[in-house]
Ligand binder design. Structure first.
Ligand code: MN
Length: 213
């Protein structure tokens, strides 16, 4: 079953002004579509891998045959990361807030929501070139902030510096912000909080902490 480009649950202009419609259309319709197409191409004829979810492909990527390892790392990572990213955003004012349980975990790990936001922004700003900044649930159930280059993600054993289940992630590739913000990554990261879908982050936090206990 080939992987497919997911539909958005909102219009491509629904995240303005934080993220503009042209960026959304190119980001999903061109960049994400290329990851999906190239992932499917890499997996052609790989019957033994056909049953694997995108999460499993990411987790096992370093064990895959050499001929497809690089393509699955880049394009499978790109597909997982972007599929999650679209769900993590929603129109401003509709995203709710961190749940009581997530708030307690954030306060425990980072002392406050503002301190967490500062750490995530710092991780995104320090990522040289292209990549992602993440909030993850680690194997012991605690929260952490980490960053990965390119389309790597914290699911990738043998690749990511810090492993965990991502429950929030922000794309800091220039293609995510350059049309509207040009070089101002910090402004993009600051505005991005206005469109975070905390309902989705809460759902992912509950799923991740339930499965790791
Ligand atoms: Mn991207």
């Amino acid at each position: 079953m080939p992987f497919t480009l997911p539909e958005l649950s909102y219009a491509s202009n629904a995240l303005e002004p934080a993220v503009d419609a042209a960026t959304m259309d190119i980001h999903r319709g061109k960049h994400h579509k290329a990851y999906v197409d190239n992932l499917n191409k890499a997996l052609e004829g790989q019957a033994a891998l056909a049953h694997l979810s995108i999460e499993d492909l990411c987790a096992q990527v370093s064990t895959l045959p050499e001929a497809i390892k690089g393509a699955v790392r880049n394009n499978g990572g790109g597909h997982f990361n972007h599929s999650m990213f679209w769900q993590l955003m929603c129109p401003a004012g509709q995203g709710g807030a961190p749940s009581a349980q997530l708030t307690a975990a954030i306060n425990g790990a980072f002392t406050s929501l503002d301190q967490f936001k500062a750490q995530l922004a710092d991780a995104g700003m320090k990522r040289f070139g292209s990549g992602w900044a993440w909030l993850i649930v680690k194997a012991n159930g605690s929260l952490g902030v980490t960053s990965t280059p390119n389309q790597d993600n914290p699911l990738m054993h043998g690749i990511a510096d810090v492993l965990g289940t991502p429950i929030l992630g922000v794309d800091v590739w220039e293609h995510a912000y350059y049309l509207h913000y040009q070089n101002r990554r910090a402004d993009y990261l600051a505005a991005w909080w206005s469109i975070v879908n905390w309902h989705e982050v809460n759902r992912r936090f509950t799923a991740a902490t339930t499965s790791t206990r």
